[in-house]
Structure formats: C-alpha cells, structure tokens
Design a protein around this ligand. Structure first.
Ligand code: ADP
Ligand code: MG
Length: 591
C-alpha cells in the first residue's frame, strides 16, 4: 500500500500535512531523517505510516510511559497492531508483550530508552527484523536542553548492536539550532533529510493579560470556556492555592506537581485525560507526556521563565487543529519569582543566560506588537505584519505617553556607551535614581530620582522591544533611538487593559469550519455518545474520535458508511467499530 492509502485507511485522513510526505518518503526509501515540527503538527504519523509500509517492525523510543500508553491505545483503535515495553508492565504483561513481539504480532513497538540495553531487548533485537528505529522527543538526547535524558545516549549503542542497521528517524518540536545539531551528532544519523516546518500554529489564539485580580480573571474565563484546559503556575504553592480555590468554587479541577505522591499524580493526569475534570492546575512538571488532542485552553497563571518553555507549554492546546486559547496572566511580581528560581543555580554562566532568556519573556509580555510575530521571530522565522488575530492585534490598550522618560533613559545609556560603558539594568537604573556611588558627575545622574524602579524596568523593556535599546544582559542604545531623542517620535507605555476589552476583540470561534454552521446541539450529542463509548471501552474520549473529527461530522453530515469514511479521522476500523452508532444520531438530526 502507498503511504497515502495507509493514511486514509488506518488514520482516516485525506492528505498529508506540511513536511509529512517528504519525511515519510525519505524513511520508506531507506534514508535517515530528522523532523523538526511544532507540537500538534503530526510527527507521530511520520513514523507510523512508514512502519506500515516497511517490512518487519518499527521500534519507537519514547520518553514517557503515559505517552506510550496513549499512542498505543490510539494505534490499536485504528487497527494498527502495536504494543509498548516499559516499567509500567507487570512481569506477566511484559512476557506476554515480548512473546507477541517475537511472534511478529506487532508492527510498532514503543520502548523506554532505559530498556534498550536490557538482555531481553537484546534477544528481541537478534530475532526480529527491525526496519526502522524512530526517536520521538529527540531533544532529550541533548545535554543543552532541559529535558536531557541520559538513557537517550544508549540509542546509538543499541542500533550498532543490531544485525542490520535500520533506518533512523528522529523528531522534536525544539527549534534551537544547537539542539538540532546535538541530535544529528549524538544519534549518528547518516545523511539525513532534515525537515523543519514553520512554527506557526494558526489555530492558537495568543493573549497576554495583566489582571489586577488574577483569580477573578481566571474564574471569569472558566465560566465561559468550553472544553478542558491546563492552568500552569510557577510554584507548587501557587498550584495548591489555585486548585483549592477552584474546587471550593465548584470547578472540577485536579492538581499536579512534583511534590505529590506518584499515585496522586498519575490519578490527576488520568482524570484529565479521561475528561473527569475540566482543568488541571500544574507546575511545568506536567505535560511532556500529554498528547491529549482536545485541550481547548492553556492558561499561564504566572509568567514562565523563557519563551521556549512558554511556547512548548502553551502549544499543548489545540493539537487537533481546532481553535484554542493560550492566555498568559502577567504581573510584575512574576519576574521576582522567576528571578528567585533562576538565582538558585550555582553556575554564574547559567544564571546570566537564564536572565537573558527571562528578559525576552518579559518583552513578550510587554510588547504591544503582534504576539504571534514576536514568537515566530524568536524562533528565527520571518514574520511581517500583524497576524490580526492575537490579543494584541485585536485588543485595545490604555496607553500612556512616556516619551520624556524614554528620552531620559536613552540619553543616559547613550552617555554611558559613549564613555565606553555598558551596564546591566541594576547599575544603569541606580545612576538614574541617584543611588550610585559612581558617575555622580554624569548629567543624567539622579534625573529620575524617586521614580519607581519597576517603572524604569518596564520602560527599558519596552524600548528594547521597540528596537531602541539592545539588551544582551548589558544595555546599549541603538542608532534608531535618534527617532525618539531628536526625531519627534513618541513612546507609549501600556497600562492595564480594561478587563472587558479583550473578550470583545476576540475572534469568533467559527474558524473551525469557515462558511459552515456547526450545530451546537448536534455536536453536543455526538460528544455525549463519544463519552459513552469511551467509558465502555475504558479509553480517553479523544482516542475514540477527536473534537476535530466530531466537528467534521457535523459539517459533512454523513448518511452512509461510505460518506462516514470521508470524515477526517474516520478510518476503516473506527468506521466498523463506531460508525453505525454515530450514523444513527446523525440520521435522527437530519434537518
Ligand atoms: P506532534 O507529535 O507533532 O505534537 P501528533 O503526532 O500528536 O503531533 O498529532 C497531532 C494531531 O494531528 C493528532 O490528533 C493527529 O491525528 C493529527 N494529524 C496528524 N497528521 C494529520 C493529517 N495529515 N491530517 C489530519 N490530522 C492529522
Ligand atoms: Mg509527539
């Protein structure tokens, strides 16, 4: 079968997404490959489809147990024979899976990296034809990333020990060139096809808010929100307090952080996965293993420490391609918390680097330019003009003129630069505030006496975002600052947004199916049926059908099995298993 036929028959999709066809073709023809694609882009299919084309089995190295379980469930639901081997299996289960593997029952086997060099794996490797080894979340091999997993370094050893070298594939959503190079080198990919797709996630709505009362804003948001979501907090303490308040207020919320016992954590994760709770309140310990496709919102209750983590965490929303919200509640206080966490390190170079990354995160929060554009530029992509659909492109702010203060700051830094000095924020501000021992003769010494330091910080952040100041930890004035100093260009600073403005400006949720009216009541009935089936089969609802598939059903309103197969996400096996029951409901609502 061709890759396209497999895509249709097993996964129920009509076309490949960006990058998929190229990667699949390379792997099928025996060439190694590296796919760098954002979360939700569909990396799994890039090895699952080749696995069905190639002879023998495909081994998938995956970092998290929960991830493996979900993927295997999803594959089995689509009629693809798959299994996983990890520490969650009892001895009996392990032996059964091994026997099945040796008997050639599976096309895809997921394995934890720690198991690769175990004796039983060696035996399996000698007796099975392994055509493809796919490394998911391949950035775990990089010591530079925050997810470094030493056992990933065993992968090349394992591959070298195989009777025949399989094709090697690796996938990650991490964009930095450094990590990419690490992957290529550490895994020993040979002349790989490297496919980097764009990082834009058009279905995500980005927004930064500065609510005076974060909890009130959250409660208001949740009242309106449909579907489920994640609320990220930066500390365990905050997780506890937000989760408790939500529970008291009658919201079905679970909590998750590294300080909880394993049992409670996995229960919380399952409750979320199986839609038994609406929200999960969590630290950044939560998420790498979450492939739940119907997360409708990710709210950051605190500002995260860097843009990379933010995009990764926020990107867990809307994997199914339907509209989803990524909202960040920002308060100046968050910066202190972040600094506190950063300063816990004992490595000065690391502290300096993390502070610089924090500065960029702060710019994201302070910019009044397009948020999507900021993000894409951060990842090295050209993006011109506003996206027209993020909170900044659609919202309106209260703006205050700050031109005079901006001029003071710029001329101050300019004077220091001319004297051959570049200082960090603190020293720069100290002189402006007249609190420094040195530079007392400088004409800008003390010209901002009495002004709150945080206001100076905000303004410097703003001027950096506008390109007037260059900040790599030390501050310099850019030539462009002439515009403000001498050219009559004014600078405004953003005040708190009125709480109501954003809801008004928010784009409609109709983006899912332009030009179609999806009947809310029909969709609700289909979702209810999905939940019934999920309970009967003891799988998460999104394993039965994704939100995107149910929406497509409402749009296409299939009346026959054949028409049902045309719905995106309905493959042969799912048609046979569930199609009839959905067709019944669709038939009843044939108006
Ligand atoms: P990633 O690993 O890149 O974050 P996944 O592999 O989990 O993303 O895929 C995200 C979602 O996109 C899944 O629900 C998957 O079924 C869906 N998907 C993948 N490829 C396609 C495609 N070609 N057409 C439609 N949906 C797709
Ligand atoms: Mg993935």
């Amino acid at each position: 079968m061709t890759p396209l036929a497999i895509l249709k028959q097993y996964f129920g999709y009509d076309a490949f997404r960006a990058g998929q066809a190229e990667l699949i073709d390379a792997l099928v023809s025996g060439r190694d490959a590296l796919g760098v694609m954002p979360t939700g882009a569909g990396k799994s299919l890039c090895y699952q489809v080749p696995a069905m084309v190639l002879p023998g089995v495909t081994l998938v190295v995956s970092p998290l147990i929960s991830l493996m379980r979900d993927q295997v469930q999803a594959l089995c639901a689509n009629g693809v024979p798959a299994a996983f081997l990890n520490s969650s299996l009892t001895e009996t289960q392990w032996n059964k899976a091994m026997a099945g593997a040796l008997g050639g029952r599976y096309k895809i086997i997921y394995i934890a990296p720690e198991r690769l060099l175990s004796p039983s794996m060696r035996e399996l490797a000698q007796n099975l034809r392994i055509s493809l080894v796919a490394v998911d979340e391949a950035h775990c091999v990089s010591q530079w990333g925050q997810d470094f997993r030493p056992a990933y370094l065993d992968i090349p050893k394992f591959v070298a020990g195989l009777p025949a070298r399989p094709v090697l594939a690796s996938f990650t959503a991490t964009a930095t060139p450094r990590v990419r190079e690490d992957i290529l080198a550490a895994l020993g990919l040979r002349d790989p096809l490297t496919m980097v797709t764009g990082f834009d996630r058009p279905n995500l709505y980005f927004e930064v808010k500065q609510p005076t009362d974060k909890y009130a804003a959250l409660a208001r948001y949740l009242k309106e929100a449909d579907g489920c979501g994640v609320i990220y907090c930066s500390t365990r303490k905050e997780v506890e307090s937000v989760a408790e308040r939500l529970q008291t207020d009658g919201c079905a919320a679970a909590r998750y952080h590294a300080g909880l016992p394993d049992g409670e954590r996995s229960r919380a994760q399952d409750d979320f996965l199986y839609d038994r709770v609406k929200v999960i309140v969590a630290t950044n310990a939560f998420g790498m293993g979450i492939d739940k496709s119907n997360v409708r919102f990710v709210i950051h209750y605190n500002m995260p420490q860097n843009v990379e983590s933010y995009y990764q965490e926020a990107g867990r929303a809307g994997r199914d391609g339907l509209p989803a919200d990524c909202v960040l509640y920002y308060a100046r206080k968050d910066i202190n918390t972040a600094l506190f966490l950063i300063n816990r390190s004992e490595n000065p170079a690391e502290i300096a680097r993390n502070k610089r990354l924090l500065g960029q995160m702060e710019q994201y929060c302070e910019t009044d330019g397009c948020l999507r554009q900021y993000m894409l530029n951060y990842f090295g992509e050209q993006a011109e003009g506003g996206c027209g659909s993020c909170g900044n492109c659609t919202g309106s702010f209260d703006e205050t003129d700050a031109t005079v203060d901006a001029q003071k700051i710029l001329s101050h830094i300019l004077r220091l630069n001319r004297a051959g000095k570049r200082f960090m924020f603190t020293h720069t501000a100290d002189i402006l505030l007249g609190k420094s021992e040195d530079f007392t003769d400088l004409s800008t010494f003390g010209i901002m006496k009495g002004v709150p330091r945080r206001y100076i910080r905000r303004l410097i952040t703003r001027l950096t975002a506008l390109g007037y100041i260059y900040d790599d930890g030390y501050l310099s004035v850019m030539p462009k600052a002439k515009e403000v100093l001498f050219g009559g260009v004014s600078v405004t600073i953003r005040g708190n947004k009125p709480a109501s403005s954003v809801e008004k400006g928010r784009p409609g949720k109709s983006a899912a199916a332009p030009g179609y009216a999806v009947s809310e009541s029909l969709l609700a009935k289909l979702k209810a049926l999905r939940l019934d089936i999920a309970r009967e089969d003891k799988v998460p609802a999104f394993i039965v059908f994704s939100d995107a598939t149910l929406t497509d059903m409402c749009v296409k309103r299939p009346r026959s099995e054949e028409e049902m197969l045309a719905v995106s996400g309905v493959g042969r096996v799912k048609m046979e298993r569930y199609g009839g029951r959905f067709l019944e409901i669709l038939g009843e609502n044939d108006d």
